[in-house]
Write a protein that binds this ligand. Sequence first.
Ligand SMILES: Nc1ncnc2c1ncn2[C@@H]1O[C@H](COP(=O)(O)OP(=O)(O)OP(=O)(O)O)[C@@H](O)[C@H]1O
Ligand SMILES: [Mg+2]
Length: 425
Amino acid sequence: MSGGIRVEEFLERITPFWQPHQGQLEFLRNRAAVQVLACGRRWGKTEACAVRTVASLFEPSPTQHLLLAPTLDQARLLFDRTVALLEALGETAKVRSSPYPRLQFGPHVVSARSGHVPRSLRGLGATDIVVDEAAYLPESLITEIAMPMLATTDGRLTLISTPHGKNHFWRFFHMGQRGEHGVWSRQAPSSESPFVSAQFLAVQRELISERAYRVEYEAEFLDGAGQVFRDEAVQKCLVPRAPVAEPPFAIGIDWARYGDYTAVAVLSGDRADCALVELHQFHGTSWSEAVARVADVVERFPHASVLCDATGLGDPVLEWLRSALPDHKIDGLTFTSTVKAELIDNLAWLFEQGALTMAPDPALLRELQHFQAVPSSGGTKLGAGSGFHDDLVVALSLAARQLRRRYRARVQVAGPRVFSKGKRG
Ligand SMILES: Nc1ncnc2c1ncn2[C@@H]1O[C@H](COP(=O)(O)OP(=O)(O)OP(=O)(O)O)[C@@H](O)[C@H]1O
Ligand SMILES: [Mg+2]
């Protein structure tokens, strides 16, 4: 869109079925080359970007849009809203969904890709790139892949996300606050959106820790106080592509209890150099189904060492898993506060050493970010705080506990040589 007036025209056209709230309107009217929206959950970030994308499909000159997110499912969310909006306008586009979602509307093209496949993105050009959950993608994807794609087209970059510590997303946000390098940024809590009810926010505030609420719903860039896993250390472990799976494998399982999720993490390598090759989360399934789904994952990794939480309910479930997988060695671990502290310490150590490599998974990254050490009457309480999940972190720590140490050859050093003057023979 080449001027503010055209945005107004487009918004007028969609008024019968969509009106922006004040914050979205400011974003849609802004013309900066780089825009950063650091807003709370449900604020309407994804929706605002879908509207902006559709608006530019009515420009006379061809546009090429790339919608990026940590996972293809997330990128598809933005893509689907773009398609829905076009349909609501009574327009038809040529849409295909594989190998990745792509639509063609006259000379305009919109495609959605996950941030896991940057190599195939290299060399492409784009006039507009939107990065959803930008704080959860590796910085290199934005600076080394997305920005060069815009260089020849003089294109626009939009980064939207809830904050995730003081990482690259925070740095872009601050450039915008200082008005540097053509960056514009805006920060807003979820409550700015009239579509987010006060009652919903009140319930969330009760459910999750205060810190998690401030990050997720008030869009605050909090530093690492109380955090067990430092954002910076975790960020350094991120790679854009899921690492190649090579044995030896170590699998950790955290069974769902009290309505939580069952989580499975598969690591490969050893303590000096390991990679997260798979991560699964199953919700709301019966015990027999949960065991069957976990067994399906484990079966694909012959000779993997397997460790699961065997506290309380976990114990009989462990027996079911053993009978489902008679050829695997499956161990159980009963959690006490000391055992949990050791597990978590060990995982934090891997992050601090930069020994772990993983593709960004927003659910895991959120859990890591909100995992806290809180002083309590019985010592330090470790966990996500009430309401927030920590099953992915626990599964990952159970996998990490089984990683082997790399063998270090020890050279036998002789003791000091004593030359005695004693008599011979
Ligand atoms: N201007 C609007 N008019 C009507 N509904 C809206 C508007 N903006 C957002 N919504 C609705 O609010 C909800 C949240 O919007 P959206 O998914 O875009 O938020 P988000 O900030 O991307 O959230 P998340 O952090 O969960 O990704 C959706 O149901 C969406 O349809
Ligand atoms: Mg969104």
